[in-house]
Design a protein around this ligand. Structure first.
Ligand SMILES: Nc1nc2c(ncn2[C@@H]2O[C@H](COP(=O)(O)OP(=O)(O)OP(=O)(O)O)[C@@H](O)[C@H]2O)c(=O)[nH]1
Length: 515
């Protein structure tokens, strides 16, 4: 016997579980791979867009500054022709300031840095000294970092040196750009302002914000930031960074020509990731109907595959008949082989059980039924209320046969009598050997008179059929009957035995029937 308890899990559940696991693993892997590829693509695209955008803005600002410096250079030449004449300087400063909106103010300073002309005149800075002496010392075209002007505005200052026609250094002419006011610079950046949550800011060489979408931050000095570090080294490119405010950003950056400034265009990393999450959600929602269909197909397939084996397992548990097992639809090779093995097993078992039954219910010497068969038939008939007759038989002086001819001849006589008995019965009658030389014949649906006739026929038949070498053998018989009154079978048997005893007493070789 196999040991251990019956496993609770069945084949269908196992198939379903493993198939589900395989599908889930594949699905998750696909989703993860899609997520990774899409993330890389989106991040790359965002970096590339910001890099290109920063480069474009830097180029435009560079061109604008170049044009500003060119205008200042032209004015410096004009002023240099007659530097001492105040009206001449003032007129050129005014023309320069008014010709477009490049500069919020224009000033002219002498070689010592003292402001000698300015426009608009409302500034009232004439006579004051420039805050930074660098342009005076450098004596070349320059664009300053952001600083606070003499009147308190946050500005950048573009300047050109003024030379006399003889080559003497006279001072400088400069234009200021007010960072908190409208000017050509923020016009350029604002015009290109992107819609997709990217934004641009501009820093000078000292990390001051020259432009920022948040006007309150203009002038602020920005802390450590990899993009600003790179752009101030004059590099252009793109990389994921952590901003000075601690947010993960995808930044493109480019250095602005002529100025030492840098443009940074950046987008929060969360923006493409949110887009990606929405995309993945759409993908998941999109695959749900097909997944449900797949699950149903899987369920069907698992049931279809496991059904033959489950049925065979059930039949094996019930030790079902071979006909039951044959009904199982074994539609694939393994199930077919198992069913075949089970059918063969069932047939062998049936055959063995049949043999054992026959051995248990029949008398091995004569092949007639034994006492158990007789009792079983009597009980059945009693329960069914079936009328019957009982003929009890005993061979006369059988001991003498044994004594005279030996036990083997005695057996032969018993077998010959059994054959004779069979020849004198109907199909439905039941002949049994219930003792050594004692026999019972049960006759269903038979009257007492008919049973007595059968008994007499048997007696005569034996008497007239010598069994060599024993010769003539005789028999005593008692006949009883059970009718509608349905007496207890044991009483009917006792009655037949009693009559048999009377037949023996009366001289043997005779039939005694109930009266
Ligand atoms: N050969 C053989 N003899 C058996 C078998 N079973 C019982 N016997 C013998 O049958 C004999 C029965 O003898 P008894 O009961 O004295 O009866 P009987 O000699 O027939 O005498 P009555 O019945 O009075 O006519 C015994 O000798 C048993 O040994 C058997 O299977 N084979």
């Amino acid at each position: 016997m196999p040991s251990g308890s019956v496993p609770r899990i069945n084949l269908r559940t196992l198939i379903l579980l493993f198939a589900l696991l395989a599908i889930l693993a594949t699905l998750l892997n696909d989703l993860y791979a899609t997520y990774r590829i899409q993330r890389e693509t989106l991040v790359h695209n965002s970096l590339e867009a910001n890099r290109a955008y920063a480069a474009k803005v830097a180029l435009t600002i560079g061109q604008s500054l170049g044009e500003d410096l060119a205008r200042l250079a032209y004015s410096a030449r004009i002023i240099g022709e007659d530097f001492r004449l105040e009206a001449h300087r003032g007129a050129e400063a005014r023309r320069l300031a008014e010709q477009d909106d490049s500069f919020n103010t224009v000033i002219v300073a002498d070689a010592q840095g003292r402001i000698v002309s300015s426009y608009p005149t409302s500034l009232s800075v004439n006579g004051q000294t420039l805050r930074s002496k660098v342009p005076l010392e450098e004596r070349r075209a320059m664009i300053s970092p952001a600083f606070s002007s003499l009147v308190g505005n946050l500005i950048v200052f573009a300047s050109q040196p003024i030379w006399s026609p003889e080559g003497e250094y006279l001072g400088l002419v400069g234009g200021t750009i007010y960072l908190h006011k409208d000017n050509a610079l923020n016009e350029i950046i604002s015009k290109h302002f992107q819609q997709d949550s990217s934004y641009v800011y501009l820093v000078d060489g000292e990390r001051h914000l020259l432009f920022h979408p948040d006007p309150n931050r203009i002038g602020e000095q920005v802390g450590k930031n990899p993009a600003i570090d790179a752009v101030l080294r004059g590099e252009s490119g793109a990389s994921p960074i952590r901003s000075s405010t601690g947010r993960d950003m995808l930044a493109g950056y480019a250095a602005v020509p002529h100025s030492g400034w840098g443009v940074i265009s950046q987008q929060p990393l969360s923006v493409p990731l949110d887009t990606l999450c929405n995309l993945m959600l759409q993908v998941v929602i999109g695959i749900i109907p097909m997944s449900l269909l797949g699950l149903m197909l899987l369920w069907w397939a698992a049931s279809h595959i496991s059904r033959p084996l489950s049925q065979l397992a059930e039949y094996a548990g019930q030790r079902a008949s071979e006909e039951g097992i044959r009904k199982v639809r074994a539609w694939y090779a393994e199930a077919w082989s198992i069913r075949r093995a089970m059918i063969i097993g069932a047939l062998l078992t049936q055959e063995r059980i049949g043999k054992l039954n026959r051995q248990a219910l029949s008398d091995p010497l004569t092949g007639l039924g034994n006492r158990r068969v007789m009792e079983s038939a009597l009980n059945d008939w009693h329960l069914l209320g079936k009328p019957y007759a009982v003929v009890s038989m005993d061979i006369d002086h059988f001991k003498r046969v044994n004594d005279k001819y030996g036990h083997a001849v005695g057996d032969k006589v018993l077998q010959a009598f059994a054959t004779l008995l069979g020849q004198n019965c109907r199909d439905g009658d039941l002949a049994c050997r219930v003792g050594g030389e004692e026999f019972i014949l049960l006759l269903p649906q038979t009257s007492l008179a008919a049973a007595a006739e059968v008994a007499e026929r048997i007696r005569r038949s034996l008497e007239m059929t010598p069994i060599p070498p024993a010769g003539q053998i005789t028999l005593s018989l008692g006949v009883s009957h059970c009718g509608a009154e349905q007496a207890d079978p044991s009483k009917v048997l006792d009655q037949a035995d009693h009559l048999l005893y009377q037949a023996k007493q009366a001289g043997r070789n005779r039939v005694m029937a109930e009266v």
